[in-house]
Design a protein around this ligand. Structure first.
Ligand code: FAD
Length: 294
């Protein structure tokens, strides 16, 4: 009969526990079901990232919808990160929602993300490199979509910061085939925070029914000046700029307005629009004001 000394049994136990931990970690790595395939820095705190599934097919989604991504708390945070508010267990999968910026016909998902220095997920996302793994939810969702709006209606897509992401998905999918006019008004602190401005400027020059109007709120920080708008979006709405681009004043009868990003802007604009007889869009009560807050 084989006999083990107490110290040998202890050593076998430790090895088993160690193997179990390795096994659990490897199993968890499997749950990170996508690869990061591209990273583009827009500004020190904004990145566009593309992710591709590792051996599975992306879910179908409508332009304007959002999807969840996730990383384990054991993933390292970027150097710019500040103290995290909550102490998380290393095996916790941190998940957050992001609007999809890519066309619904691509085999990758593109996201436009702002770094929240004290946040849980974004400092970990900002530490990723091409080829690293990330978790992606298998279902996109959300009602912030354009496809059920009559193609003859005009659409004004208003965003602050990364709120422009869902509009990129709409424009890159089928929105430009609409008959009505389309306008993007994008507000950011500085010109370098206006992600996708080159693509939007190009679309403006190519499509007669599309116009792009960027605005910045901190012109004093521009190193070489800024010739564009420096007003808040609410002031731009009250002005005649949209009328000049469209050839008529947008009303609740002829136009749908999408608002995405900072709640200060979405609330301010909603108040203005309601005074002009636009109605908030709800699932059971269709209206012309569509809101997505980050
Ligand atoms: C539908 C939808 C779409 C979105 N799309 C985008 C997008 O396209 N791009 C984008 O950049 N973002 C988007 N967001 C926001 C995104 O989901 C995250 O909320 C954001 O990226 C911050 O995540 P985080 O984990 O880094 O920060 P979080 O950990 O969620 O922290 C957010 C803030 O809360 C503070 N905080 C956290 N815990 C505590 C605590 N215990 N006490 C006090 N304060 C605390 C943090 O300091 C930080 O300031 C979207 C959100 C929604 C709902």
């Amino acid at each position: 009969m084989v006999q083990f000394r107490y110290s040998e049994i202890q050593s076998i136990n430790i090895k088993c526990i160690f193997l179990e931990i390795i096994h659990k970690l490897l199993k968890k790595m499997d749950e990170l079901n996508c690869f990061v395939t591209q990273i583009m820095s827009v500004s020190p705190i904004m990145k566009i990232i593309r992710i591709k599934p590792d051996g599975w097919t992306l879910p179908e989604y409508k332009p304007g919808q959002f999807i969840a991504i996730g990383l384990y708390a054991s993933a390292a945070r970027c150097a710019e990160a500040t103290q995290e508010h909550t102490q998380l267990e290393p095996e916790k999968l941190i998940k957050r929602a992001y609007s999809i910026a890519s066309s619904s016909s691509h085999d990758f998902i593109e996201l436009y993300i702002t770094l929240v220095h004290s946040g849980s997920l974004t400092p970990r996302v900002f530490n990723l490199k091409i080829g690293d793994k990330i978790w992606l939810g298998k279902k996109a969702t959300g009602m912030f979509t354009i496809d059920e709006i009559d193609p003859d209606q005009n659409v004004i897509l208003i965003a602050t910061g990364t709120g422009v992401a869902p509009y990129m998905s709409m424009l890159r999918s089928n929105a430009l085939a609409r008959k009505g006019k389309i306008m993007v008004i994008h507000g950011a602190a500085n010109s370098w925070d206006l992600g996708y401005s080159s693509e939007l400027t190009l679309l403006d020059s190519m499509f007669p029914n599309f116009s792009y109007h960027p605005t910045i709120t901190e012109p004093g920080r521009e190193p070489v000046g800024w010739n564009g708008d420096i007003r808040f979006i609410e002031e731009i709405w009250k002005d005649t700029i949209i009328e000049e681009k469209f050839g008529f004043r947008p009303t609740a009868e002829n136009t749908h307005v999408f608002l995405c990003g900072n709640p200060l802007m979405t609330n301010g604009m909603t108040d203005l629009l309601v005074k002009e007889n636009f109605k908030l869009h709800k699932k059971k009560e269709p209206g012309q004001i569509h809101v997505e807050e980050f």
